[in-house]
Write a protein that binds this ligand. Structure first.
Ligand code: SF4
Length: 371
């Protein structure tokens, strides 16, 4: 059994426990296993955190839960809503004082009705992978989040807005595959039928391309969607943009993407940030189309680059500029002619710094604010 996280007061973080772990906990306390389902229903389906209100649990159990466990992990520090598109960004304080961010992104249909509400969650405080285009990279890694801290981002966003979250993406601070055990536990909790929160089909994990962990995720039995941050098919350029590429070459990544798609029957997407004159030519689009087809990947997300000049990037990071809109359109059209499904991701929340890690960064370095 894995080591369960305790808070500073020595209490067990309840939101980090899967159904199986709750059953083991209650059995150890001499309680029947079905108490686990009852607790999952209170905490997640009904959103009740006060043990005294969990009326179908015996009084003695409620007292023991209050004495030895806590449902509280995150505290809201700040929230900002984008005037442009309604994106809502939360800054949460962790029990040890570190800060993380979650972003809630609404999508509407043609009639202006809410079609999807997607929460982007963080999995680490900072990130060790050092991608040249990323603001979080400058924070370096402070620590992994535990499962309760990941799970609670969704519950907090739901409680703070009063809205049901329909989709979830692991695209916030950190590389989720570097914290795979906690991520898998969080997914098990959110998708438990008693929690009634999310279907695995509505969860997407985005990775910089950790090849062994892509195979582990594919073999985990959890069927979520996978997005791979590719950004170029050129090995040398990718090594400059993403140092992790030195360890896992694009050819290995291509094989892992194919394995994931074939073993999980879930779609794999390539994420591609367009940089001015670096990876946005017609030849780049043709190479990407060939690469995607060889990986059994049929979907590409194109992403406009959000400049990160405010962190004072060095090396190749200092030279990166966004592709102009006309070149983005031409790139998209060329990929479509290759028969690929290509989507242009909007710049959701650009005005509230929704690009990776930027709110937490400005919080930790208030003197350095994005222009
Ligand atoms: S882009 Fe993702 S993997 Fe790369 S440094 Fe930023 S948070 Fe880490």
């Amino acid at each position: 059994m894995r080591i369960l996280p305790l808070n500073a007061g020595g209490k067990l973080h309840l939101k980090g426990l899967s159904r199986l772990e709750l059953e083991q906990l209650f059995q150890g306390w001499g309680e029947p296993r079905y108490r686990a389902v009852q607790l999952l229903e209170w905490l997640y389906a009904k959103g009740v955190e006060d043990f005294e209100k969990m009326t179908n649990l015996p009084h003695t159990l409620r007292q023991r839960l209050a004495a030895e466990c806590t449902p509280h992990t995150l505290r809201l520090e700040a929230a900002e809503r984008s005037e442009q598109d309604g994106t809502l960004k939360f800054l949460f304080r962790l029990p040890d004082g570190a800060a993380i961010e979650s972003v809630l992104i609404p999508a509407e249909d043609a009639e202006g009705r809410l079609r999807r509400l997607t929460l982007c969650v963080s999995t680490q405080v900072g990130c060790p992978l050092g991608c040249a285009f990323c603001a979080t990279a400058s924070l370096r890694l402070r620590r992994n989040l535990n499962a309760a801290e990941i799970v609670d981002q969704l519950l907090q966003a739901r409680a703070l807005t009063g809205q049901r979250i329909t989709n979830l993406v692991f695209m916030g601070m950190g590389e989720p595959l570097l914290n795979l055990e906690a991520v898998l536990t969080a997914v098990r909790i959110w998708t438990d039928p008693a929690a009634a929160l999310l279907s695995p089909r509505r969860i997407t994990l985005s990775t910089a391309g950790l090849v062994p962990e892509i195979y582990r995720l594919a073999d985990s039995g959890i069927r979520i969607k996978l997005a791979i941050s590719l950004h170029t098919t050129d090995q040398q350029l990718r090594e400059q943009l993403m140092p992790i590429a030195r360890r896992y070459p694009v050819t290995e990544l291509q094989k892992a993407a194919r394995y994931y798609a074939e073993h999980t029957r879930r779609p794999v997407t390539y994420e591609y940030i367009l940089f001015d004159r670096l990876n946005d030519t017609p030849a780049d689009a043709d190479a990407l189309a060939r690469f995607a087809r060889a990986s059994a990947v049929a979907k590409i997300n194109l992403i406009p680059f959000h400049p990160i000049d405010f962190i004072g990037p060095s090396g190749i990071g200092a030279t990166l500029r966004p592709s102009p809109p006309e070149r983005i359109r031409a790139f998209q059209e060329r990929l479509r002619r290759h028969g690929l499904a290509v989507f242009l991701r909007s710049s959701s929340g650009l005005d509230i710094k929704a690009a990776c890690g930027q709110l937490a960064l400005s919080w930790q370095h208030p003197a350095v604010s994005p222009s």
